[in-house]
Structure formats: C-alpha cells, structure tokens
Design a binder for this molecule. Structure first.
Ligand SMILES: [Zn+2]
Length: 43
C-alpha cells in the first residue's frame, strides 16, 4: 500500500553530513551524504 511507503519514509531519520554531522536539508540529490559546506569547501 502507498500509505505504508509514505510512513516508511516519514519515519526515516533526518540525513546527517557524514563529515561534520550537521543535519542536511532535503535535496533532490539523494545520494549526497555530506552537507553543502563539506561538498563545496571554501578555499
Ligand atoms: Zn558537513
């Protein structure tokens, strides 16, 4: 059932950056496990 799938995603914990541990805002790029700060480090 579709409801079960929605519940499944709703129960997922918020994504966290694997480098700094910060919470990642929802993005279209689901494969990204790091925040923008770590993805595009300032040089
Ligand atoms: Zn980060």
């Amino acid at each position: 059932m579709i409801t079960n799938i929605l519940e499944f995603f709703r129960n997922l914990p918020p994504k966290k950056c694997q480098q700094c541990g910060r919470k990642i805002n929802e993005q279209a790029d689901c494969y990204i496990n790091i925040c923008e700060e770590c993805d595009h480090p300032a040089r």
